[in-house]
Design a protein around this ligand. Structure first.
Ligand code: NDP
Ligand code: PYC
Length: 339
């Protein structure tokens, strides 16, 4: 019988990357996808950790994403908009390709956008948010998904779970980062509840007849609900507009139509905005980073916690002790490696 294990992030990366290489991923796709999955597991974000490996492999097997894609920067004039074409591969290597250009343009213009087209996106957004904040820039990242969420007042899946991430760099401290689905929870959470045989909290979903449900299977067959009612519904719609229609890529309903199922990872586009706080605040009094610290201190001073604090604590624990995998997870990795 397999035992539970503590693995270093290096050991976990080796195993995950080997699974992808064996499945025909080229070095760029396997490396970038492994980095976000291992980061998810390390930071105790189980809905976007190693649980996602099988979905990525299934999507490749179904011919819906190219594991050998080489993302490219098509010819374009130097401007505040940087475009990268993922060439039908995963979003992660396309992001890594576009990041240096995004950073350079944001430092030049104060504000720049990275538009990624023709990509499959299944991962959390915070790794991308943090890659931008590490460069001293603020970040806003968003992408559609596939229809899974009923707009407030509606009763059928239309919007995606459309994730939305933001980051603010801090001197000598981890950045301020939030990253969430615009549905009450990520769809991955519903699937994890189903696998664990656990009911959903009230208010997450409706069944196929539009009735509130706490049954994960009924929720997957019905529709998820936006977070914050009409507010999440409007933000989810904004993401369809900005990171779908505006960048000439697929909306969540179009992505679902192209995919034909919600059991694979969807292809669409992604929008990453980078801001230089120094450039925006130039000519005004006060250092924007010092002023932000006062705000964060006041939030924490009330007893509240900053978003990502749980995640950074989990990261520190994994780095000190290793990434904890259950016996079932170790067995799953072994099985995938043997495929
Ligand atoms: P959660 O609701 O778990 O968390 C959202 C954010 O809120 C995190 O930054 C979290 O920080 C923070 N947070 C949670 N509780 C508190 C609190 N009490 N005080 C302050 N901050 C808090 O996220 P979701 O389930 O909505 O999304 C999970 C992941 O799924 C995201 O990473 C998202 O990008 C991803 N996703 C990806 C999709 C895709 O298409 N690629 C689609 C949908 C979701 P902390 O982590 O520290 O708890
Ligand atoms: O968890 O909602 C989700 C999700 C959809 C696509 C990738 N993650």
């Amino acid at each position: 019988m397999t035992d539970s294990r503590l693995l270093t992030t290096g050991e976990l990366s080796e195993r995950v990357e080997a699974i992808f290489r064996k499945a025909g991923f080229n070095a760029a796709q396997a490396g970038a996808v492994t980095r976000v999955i291992v980061a998810g597991e390390r930071d105790a974000c189980k809905s976007h950790g190693i649980y996602r490996i099988e979905g990525a492999l299934r999507t490749v097997k179904a011919g819906k994403v190219r594991p050998d894609a080489e993302p490219e920067v098509p010819p374009q004039n130097a401007s505040a908009i940087v475009k990268v074409n993922a060439k039908g591969g995963f979003a992660n290597p396309a992001f890594e390709l576009g990041l240096p250009l995004l950073v350079e343009r944001a430092r030049t213009y104060g504000l720049a956008a990275l538009v990624i087209n023709d990509c499959t996106h299944f991962s959390a957004l915070w790794p991308e948010v943090e890659a931008v904040t590490e460069q001293g820039l603020a970040a806003l990242v968003m992408c559609p998904s596939y229809s899974a969420v009923a707009p407030t007042g509606g009763n059928k899946p239309l919007l995606g779970t459309n994730p939305f991430g933001f980051g603010w760099p801090r001197r000598g401290k981890p950045p301020y980062v939030f990253d969430f689905a615009t549905s009450v929870a990520a769809r991955g959470e519903i699937e994890l509840h189903r696998r664990a045989g656990k009911p959903l909290p009230e208010g997450w979903a409706i069944d196929a007849d539009g009735r509130p449900t706490t049954d994960p299977s009924a929720a997957l067959a019905g529709a998820m609900l936006p977070f914050g009612g009409h507010k999440g519904s409007a933000i989810g719609t904004m993401i369809e507009l900005l990171a779908g229609i505006m960048i000439g890529d697929l909306t969540s309903p179009e992505a679902l139509e192209a995919l034909g199922t919600t059991t694979l990872a969807p292809a669409h586009g992604e929008l990453v905005l980078a801001f230089s706080p120094e450039k925006f605040a130039a000519g005004r009094s006060g250092d924007p980073f010092a002023r932000a610290e006062i705000l964060f201190e006041t939030i924490v001073g009330q007893g509240a916690r900053l978003p990502s604090q749980r995640r950074f604590a989990a990261r520190a624990k994994s780095q000190a002790e290793g990434v904890a995998l259950s016996a079932a997870e170790v067995a799953q990795l072994d099985r995938l490696l043997a495929l």
